[in-house]
Ligand binder design. Sequence first.
Ligand code: 5GP
Ligand code: ZN
Length: 139
Amino acid sequence: MSDDCIFCSIISGDIPGRVVAETDDALAFLDANPLAPGHALVVPKAHTERLADLGADESRAVFDLVHDLVPDVEAAVDADGLNVGINDGEAAGQEVPHVHVHLVPRFESDGGSPIHAVAGERPDLDDDDLDDIAARIEG
Ligand code: 5GP
Ligand code: ZN
């Protein structure tokens, strides 16, 4: 628990949150400033800033809850689809430094975009560049 973390305060019950699901290691609650009806956040209960810092058990707990919740959220607001995303790091738009998975219900003709719209201009990469990047990730 981090004293100055808003999500830790929701997890501990110090500030109210519209909790929609809970397991031993993960919690889900509605986003206070929703992008769509049903916009929910799934967080590990342990304060962890970046995805890579999550332990294997916490990671499983978070993604298991995401998996369980997707159909429930979609049905609750009669959505046509749903985007699942994580802003991991400030450069990616992370504002609250406690890992959270966004579940954003989507509706036909809601005027939104697919997840491809999150990045900036598309890079100009040839086959060698792609091979090189793949090799570096593979390590
Ligand atoms: P980020 O940009 O870090 O990925 O998203 C943070 C999310 O947390 C935003 O969608 C924002 O609306 C939500 N949020 C910020 N403060 C609170 C809060 O106090 N309660 C809840 N439920 N959501 C919050
Ligand atoms: Zn926290």
